[in-house]
Structure formats: structure tokens, C-alpha cells
Design a protein around this ligand. Structure first.
Ligand code: FAD
Ligand code: UDP
Length: 400
């Protein structure tokens, strides 16, 4: 009999397994349908010996010291500040838009002091900021919106920005200074030996048993446990009884080239050309020295593994229905990007998992055993976690 069965070995599942095993001496069974741990953060050395991210570029950044300190138990870090260029009007220019982007695009000589006045002259005032179009057009006007955001978003989501919540494009700030970093978080680093190695260390505990290539639904009748933690898609858990929550997917095309460097930045975004959205060259992220270089193209699709919850009001409504079902289950907790249908970065998922663990621990301290938690309804669902426990949403406070 396991104390906990955890579905999914990504950040949500692995952090919870580690905490439960080491802090509460719980016996934990992790079920992972893929042939590897680490979820979408999985990285591996390819046939040429280059470290690549199977599911697209994963850059760690956070303002939460608690999250950084926690992960630092399992990895050393390589300081890394991410930079992105966008291919617009035949030029590669800094993204997020900053003063140099504007000068290079329009052949101007704006200083940082001029930028706000320039943006104000092109911005289209909007009443309420509701959609992803509103956010951008109200700040930089229609022309820059069209060059940098409209077509990228249509490609990435299969939706016009006017159909998506403001939070999506608000992830990318607009800057009036020269800062060309993609993120301005206090902690920006990559795990020195990769994400998978970090996860291996997290899960290396005698109380944690990992079953790979195992879909929970195939073996749920055969395993014995007290409490379930589910980190897969919440609509799948409930057999889609309220309908399917949409998730956007990607097809990744990995390539290795026989040259030291392929492109001038870690990531080049292609808002207006090609079927892919961006190209990532991993050596920038990993710092690896190698005579060859590996890259990945991201092609958005509606079919395939669920990668992105789609932030739209009707989906939030459907998720609220599933969440109400989740809250009525006494011995099942839902955590992570898919189970709580939130467009969370890695640090937010770690913070959410740590907050859920704290609730389970409180309850354990109160009743003294896991068995007693069977009929407890007030603990463990996502709503038991205050939003204030989580790092700020991406974009918040980043606009300069
Ligand atoms: P996941 O990593 O999705 O893990 C869930 C696991 O559950 C999966 O391994 C899945 O196989 C397993 N599972 C699901 N259902 C079942 C089942 N029925 N039975 C068994 N196993 C099951 N975040 C950042 O902070 N920085 C970035 O740069 C960044 N870049 C990203 C780029 C891309 C292309 C994508 C898609 C995401 C990116 N993210 C980034 C977000 C990051 O991937 C997530 O925040 C994080 O991985 C979520 O962890 P999780 O545990 O919630 O989910
Ligand atoms: N976006 C855009 N143009 C860009 C970069 C981003 O329109 O050059 C929009 C797009 O809608 C994207 C969102 O901003 O989905 C968030 O971008 P981010 O780079 O954070 O996406 P992620 O890394 O999560 O895929």
C-alpha cells in the first residue's frame, strides 16, 4: 500500500513526491506515461552529444527566493540571461520591443527619454483592457502590434489576439529602455547539468518508486494507495463530462548542423514568415562547447500532446466546473499546469506544489497519519492555495 500515488513526473509531481517522501516519510508511487521523468522540462544528450530540450526551450527564471532555494538542493546553476530576436521587415531586432528595436526598425535615433512620447503618439487608446489585442494596441499602436504580435499569436494559438485573454501577450513587456533580456526576474539560471539530472536527484529516495511508460488509467484498479495526486489534464480525469478543455500543442522539429553557431541569438521569433513560430539554438542556453550545434523549430498544432491551456473566458468557465468536481473529492489533489488549467511557468508550478505540500503537511501534523486524511474535504484542492503563495504572473511588473 502506497501513501500517495502521483500521476505525472513533471515539476508538480516530482516536487510533491520529494517533499512527501523526505519530510513525511510517505511511500510514494509515481506513474508516468512517457518513457522519462521531468515532464516537459525533459532534456537529454542527442546522438551527437549535444544537450537538447525535447519539448522546446525551457529557461528558468523566478522572483521567488523560496523556489530558487528549493531547487538549488538538487542542482548547481549556470547563470544565464535569455535574449530573443524577432525577424521583422527583413531585419533581426530585439524582442521584447525596446528603444533599439524601434530605432533599427524605423531608422530613428530615439533616446530612452523619447520612447514614451513616441509610443503615446502611435498608441490606440482602449477603454477596458480585456484581450491580448487590447494590451498591445493600447501600448504600441496597430502597426507594431501587426508586425510583432498579431501573426505570431494567430500562428501560436490558431486564434486572433482579440479572442485571447490579455494575460497571454502581457507576458511579453514593452520597454522604453535598452534592456534586451527576455526576462528581468531576480533569479535567471539554467540547471548546470540539465533538468533531467536535477529531477533524478529530486526523485532519488528509497520511498519513491517511479513507473515509466505507465498510464494511470490503465492500472488504476491494480494499485493500492491512500491519496492520489493528479498532474495530467483535469478534463481527462473526469472523462470529459463537461466537454474537452482545449490545449494548444506543438510539433518540434529537431536538427543538428555541422557548424559551431547557427543563428545570432538563443531564440529567433518569426512572427510573419514560415509555419513555425521560433527557432531555438540550445548551445546558448546550455553553454556547451561543441563543433556542431542543435536547434529546434516549433510548429503550433491543435492535435498532439497538451502543452498550453488556452486562456479564454469560456475555457475558464469549463475549468471552474471541473474544479468544483475536484473539490468534492476527498482524497485527490490536482496540481500543475494541466490539472489546474493555468498557463504557468516552471517556477509557478514549483510554488504551487510547495503550497499544496504545506497544506498536506498541516493536515498530517493535525491528525498524525495519512489514513486519516481520507475523509477530509477541506484540504488539497487547488483552491486551498492562496494565489499570493505563487510567484507573480509572467509580465506582471516586467513592463518597463
Ligand atoms: P508537465 O511537465 O506537463 O508534467 C505532467 C506529466 O504528467 C507529463 O510528463 C505527462 O506525461 C504525465 N501524465 C499526464 N497524464 C498522465 C496519465 N494519465 N498517466 C501517467 N502520466 C500522465 N516554463 C518556464 O518557466 N520557462 C520556459 O522557458 C518554459 N518554456 C516552455 C516551452 C514550451 C514549448 C512549453 C510547452 C512549456 C514551457 N514552460 C516554460 C512551461 C513548463 O513546461 C511548465 O510550467 C512545467 O513543465 C509544468 O510542469 P507540470 O508538472 O505541471 O506538467
Ligand atoms: N508573442 C508574440 N510575438 C512574439 C512573442 C510572443 O505575439 O514575438 C505573444 C504570443 O501570443 C505568445 C505570447 O506572446 O504566445 C507569450 O509569449 P512567450 O514567449 O511567453 O510564450 P511561451 O514561451 O510560453 O511559448
Amino acid at each position: 500500500m502506497f501513501d500517495f500515488a502521483i500521476v505525472g513526473a513533471g515539476f508538480a509531481g516530482s516536487v510533491l513526491a520529494e517533499r512527501l517522501a523526505t519530510q513525511l516519510d510517505a511511500r510514494v508511487l509515481i506513474l508516468e506515461k512517457r518513457p522519462h521523468i521531468a515532464g516537459n522540462a525533459y532534456d537529454y544528450y542527442n546522438e551527437d552529444g549535444l544537450l537538447v530540450h525535447k519539448y522546446g526551450p525551457h529557461i528558468f527564471h523566478t522572483n521567488a527566493a523560496k523556489v530558487f532555494d528549493y531547487l538549488s538542493r538538487f542542482t548547481a546553476w549556470r547563470p544565464y540571461e535569455h535574449r530573443v530576436q524577432a525577424s521583422v521587415d527583413g531585419k533581426l531586432v530585439p524582442m521584447p520591443i525596446n528603444v533599439d528595436t524601434l530605432n533599427q526598425l524605423y531608422g530613428m535615433n530615439l533616446t530612452c527619454n523619447d520612447v514614451e512620447a513616441f509610443l503615446a503618439s502611435v498608441a490606440e487608446p482602449r477603454g477596458a483592457i480585456v484581450t491580448s489585442e487590447d494590451v498591445v494596441v493600447s501600448r504600441v499602436g496597430r502597426e507594431l502590434y501587426t508586425k510583432f504580435f498579431r501573426n505570431y499569436t494567430r500562428k501560436q494559438w490558431g486564434l486572433d489576439p482579440s479572442e485571447l485573454d490579455a494575460s497571454v501577450t502581457a507576458r511579453v513587456p514593452i520597454r522604453s529602455n535598452r534592456d534586451d533580456r527576455y526576462f528581468t526576474d531576480q533569479y535567471q539560471s539554467m540547471p548546470l547539468h540539465g533538468y533531467t539530472r536535477m529531477f533524478e536527484r529530486m526523485l532519488d529516495h528509497p520511498n519513491i518508486h517511479v513507473m515509466l511508460n505507465t498510464n494511470y488509467s490503465d492500472i488504476q484498479e491494480e494499485i493500492s494507495f491512500r491519496t492520489l495526486i493528479f498532474t495530467g489534464p483535469i478534463d481527462e480525469y473526469f472523462d470529459y463530462c463537461y466537454g474537452r478543455l482545449p490545449y494548444r500543442s506543438l510539433r518540434f522539429e529537431h536538427q543538428t548542423h555541422d557548424c559551431k553557431t547557427f543563428q545570432p541569438a538563443a531564440v529567433v521569433n518569426y512572427p510573419n514568415e514560415h509555419a513555425y513560430t521560433r527557432v531555438t539554438e540550445f548551445k546558448y542556453l546550455t553553454g556547451q562547447e561543441h563543433n556542431k550545434t542543435s536547434i529546434v523549430y516549433e510548429y503550433p498544432t491543435s492535435e498532439g500532446d497538451p502543452y498550453y491551456p488556452v486562456p479564454q473566458p469560456q475555457n475558464a468557465h469549463m475549468y471552474a466546473q471541473y474544479k468544483a468536481l475536484a473539490e468534492a473529492l476527498p482524497n485527490v489533489h490536482f496540481a500543475g499546469r494541466l490539472a489546474t488549467y493555468k498557463y504557468y511557468n516552471m517556477d509557478q508550478v514549483v510554488a504551487q506544489a510547495l503550497a499544496l505540500f504545506a497544506k498536506i503537511q498541516d493536515r498530517f501534523d493535525e491528525v498524525g497519519s495519512f489514513a486519516m486524511s481520507r475523509n477530509v474535504t477541506s484540504v488539497g484542492t487547488e483552491s486551498a492555495i492562496a494565489e499570493s503563495d505563487l510567484p507573480s504572473p509572467p509580465g506582471a511588473g516586467r513592463a518597463a
